[in-house]
Structure formats: C-alpha cells, structure tokens
Design a protein around this ligand. Sequence first.
Ligand SMILES: *[C@@H]1O[C@H](CO)[C@@H](O)[C@H](O)[C@H]1NC(C)=O
Length: 121
Amino acid sequence: MVIIMMILCLFRANNVIHARTPATYQVGGMYGWDTIIPMDSWARGKIFYAGDILEFKYNYLTSNLVVVNRTGYETCIANENAKEYTSGDDRISLPYGLSYYIGTFDANDCSAGLKMAIRAN
Ligand SMILES: *[C@@H]1O[C@H](CO)[C@@H](O)[C@H](O)[C@H]1NC(C)=O
C-alpha cells in the first residue's frame, strides 16, 4: 500500500513538473487583429501549443474574424461552414495542428494582411 502511494506521489509530482499552463496571446500584440501589421508576421517565430488561447481584439463595427480552412486562407474567401466571430474580443482555444484565420468584413482586409496561419504543437 505504501509503495502504491509512493508511486502515485511520484507520478503526480512528475505531472506537475511537466504540465504547462496554456499561454494567452493577444493576436497582433498592441495593434490587435488589424491590417497595421501582417498578422502572419506577428505569428512568425512564436511556438504555439494546443490549448493556448488566442485573443482577437478588433472593432466589431469595421472588422470580423473567420476561422477558415487552408483554401479560405489562400483565397481570402471564407469556405462553407467557416465559423465567423463578430464580438470584437474573441478568445479561441488553439486546436492541435494547423489553423487558419482571416478577416472578411472589408473585402480587402484579408489580402491586406488580415490573415494568419498557425501550427500548434
Ligand atoms: C475548404 O472547404 C471547402 C468548402 O467546404 C472545400 O471545398 C475545400 O476543399 C476545403 N479546402 C481544404 C484545403 O480542405
């Protein structure tokens, strides 16, 4: 019994050491989700993990956020079944693998840089 308890304790301690608290990122940094800087350049060089939170801040009267697939990202046209966000302050938990985000409120936004591809580890 004691041995089992010790093993359980070791296992738990090990888990605590290796557990990582999900990070929260404000997309675009101080600019937010905006065409001021290309959003892909904001994401470049950062290492994301599944479960991290992306916070998209924008003016909901002039912008939006659409989670698209790769085709939507490449063409700047939201694919069918793409989920649109319009709150102006959306928090999205990153799924594992590749995710694509574009802004489509103004037809030119996405091609002007309001697009982002992220790979979460
Ligand atoms: C994206 O979704 C559209 C519409 O459902 C589909 O036609 C297209 O093949 C998809 N692209 C990818 C890369 O999955």
